[in-house]
Every structure is written in structure tokens, then in C-alpha cells.
Write a protein that binds this ligand. Structure first.
Ligand code: HXC
Length: 250
């Protein structure tokens, strides 16, 4: 687990969470991240290797969390695969792979977590946060796969909020804009240096800068909180410095 989800975990642990479990496909990354997060926050941060495309692996993560901590209160669905590809050159397997990591992964983890959250005492339920993007609000070149997947997740956010509200489960999304030091802004603009890419992107962000992991993490803290976010469900909060609304002056 890297980038945005790393920062979200850190801030949730610094803002009231007692423990966390992080997941991803690469054990070496998870090992390092969980050790750093534990020492930075003074809280328990465990890890479990999980490919969110596998429903059984998702169920194993939730069982592990319940075994370790007795309950699950917050789920952040942030797994994403992405690359630039013109739709006419994108293979069906390439499209399917991104749909499976992003959309199926979000469904698999949410589905696996539902019963644990619904069982929380006193109808307390829990909070699910789905990380998407703004690519599909209009249309984005070379992102047919990721746009379709994120659009599906936004739809899932609304449906699960509708169906699981009676169990005390709030389901929301966060749609980050370009975030500094993440693959979304570097790997996806081949041929340019990181600084050049970030400078070009900042020019079309009304707030004049790229977002940070902290910006997204604080949105997650807001949506997870029983105080500030407790009546928000079925919404996707755009945290992008107004990037997707950008139009040059007339
Ligand atoms: C075209 C590609 C490709 C590429 C993979 N594929 N990379 N097609 N261009 N660059 C195709 C393969 O050819 C194959 O189809 C199919 O996808 C599956 O590829 P695998 O490598 O077998 O899959 P897997 O190992 O599961 O890899 C998953 C991945 C990978 C998505 C393809 O790139 C990945 O996980 N990347 C790391 C995550 C990442 O970069 N996240 C960024 C998220 S940020 P065929 O038919 O050839 O077998 C973000 C913000 C976006 O999304 C902002 C945009 C502006």
C-alpha cells in the first residue's frame, strides 16, 4: 500500500482509530508501510497480502480483522490499476483487469465487510469510503478502462448507501484530483520529468497547486467521523482544487 492510502491510514490512526490493517499485493511494501505507520502513530498497524480481485482473499482479510480487533468500523477501498491506452489499442484483458481491480475489488471488499459492520453493537454499523476520480464526469483521453471502473464505483457508493443505511453503514466516496508524488501524475505522463508534469498540471488547477495525500486523508477523517460526517452517505466528495471544473479565461 502506497501513496494516498498510506496517508489516509496514517491520519485515521492519528485521529482516533485504535488499529488498522493495510492490504495490497506486494508483501515487501506492506511490511515496510505497516512498520512505519506503527512507529509514526504509536498505534497497531497490521498487514495482510490480498488481491482484491479474489473474493476469498477479501473475506480472509475481514476475518483476520475481526479475529485481531473484534470488529471493523471503517473500510477504505483504494486499490487501483491504471495505465494510458487508446481505446482502440486496449485489449479486452487490459480493460477487464482494471475493471476487476477497481470496480470488482471495491465490491468484493465491501461485500466481505458488510456482515462484520452490520453486527457492530447498538446498530453502530460503520463507514465505507471508496476512492475514485473525476475522469468520468466528462470524458478523459486514454482512460476508457479507468473511467468505466470509477463510474461503476460511484454508482456502487450510492446503491450501497441506500441498501445498507438501515444497518448504520454509511457509504461515501472521495474523488481526488491530481495528487503530488503519486503514479497517477508521474507514470501516466511518460516522457516528462515529475517536476514538469506537476507544473503543467498545476496550471489547470484553479487553486494553483497539486493536491497532497494529506488533503485526501483529511477528507477521509471527515467522512469517518461520527461528528462531522455522521449524516453524509451516498455522496462522493471531490477533493481536486476545482480541477475538473477548469476552463481557461475567455
Ligand atoms: C496497455 C496494458 C498495459 C499498458 C497492462 N496492460 N499494462 N495494456 N498498456 N501500459 C494489459 C496487459 O497487456 C494485459 O492484457 C492486461 O492489461 C493485464 O496485464 P497484467 O500485467 O497481466 O495485469 P496485472 O499484473 O494484474 O497488472 C495490473 C495493471 C498494472 C493495472 C495492469 O499496471 C498495475 O497494477 N499498476 C499499478 C497500479 C497503478 O499504476 N495505479 C495507478 C492508479 S492512479 P493482454 O491482453 O495484453 O494480456 C490513477 C490516477 C489516474 O489511476 C489519473 C489519470 C490522469
Amino acid at each position: 500500500m502506497t501513496g494516498i492510502c498510506y496517508e489516509i491510514t496514517k491520519q485515521l490512526l492519528l485521529h482516533g482509530c485504535t488499529a488498522a490493517i493495510i492490504c495490497g499485493r506486494r508483501e515487501s511494501f506492506l511490511q515496510k508501510a505497516s512498520a512505519t505507520l506503527s512507529s509514526l502513530t504509536g498505534k497497531v498497524c497490521l498487514y495482510k497480502v490480498c488481491d482484491v480481485r479474489d473474493p476469498n482473499a477479501c473475506k480472509d482479510v475481514v476475518d483476520y480483522a475481526v479475529k485481531q480487533f473484534g470488529r471493523v468500523d471503517i473500510l477504505v477501498n483504494g486499490a487501483a490499476g491504471n495505465f494510458l491506452a487508446e481505446a482502440k489499442n486496449l485489449s479486452p484483458k487490459g480493460f477487464k483487469t482494471v475493471m476487476e481491480i477497481d470496480a470488482m475489488g471495491t465490491y468484493n471488499m465491501s461485500h466481505a465487510t458488510y456482515h462484520a459492520m452490520a453486527k457492530n453493537a447498538g446498530g453502530q454499523g460503520g463507514v465505507i469510503i471508496n476512492i475514485t476520480m473525476t475522469l468520468h464526469y466528462g470524458a478523459t483521453w486514454y482512460q476508457a478502462h479507468a473511467s468505466a471502473a470509477k463510474s461503476a464505483i460511484d454508482s456502487l457508493t450510492r446503491t450501497l448507501a441506500l441498501e445498507w443505511g438501515c444497518d448504520g453503514i454509511r457509504v461515501n466516496g472521495i474523488a481526488p484530483g491530481p495528487i503530488e508524488n503519486t503514479p497517477g501524475t508521474t507514470k501516466l505522463a511518460p516522457g516528462f520529468t515529475k517536476d514538469d508534469v506537476e507544473e503543467m498540471i498545476a496550471e489547470r488547477i484553479p487553486l494553483g497547486r497539486l493536491g497532497t495525500g494529506f488533503d485526501i486523508a483529511m477528507a477521509a477523517v471527515f467522512l469517518s467521523s461520527d461528528g462531522s460526517g455522521s449524516f453524509v452517505s451516498g455522496d462522493t466528495l471531490v477533493v481536486d482544487g476545482a480541477e475538473w471544473l477548469f476552463k481557461p479565461p475567455m
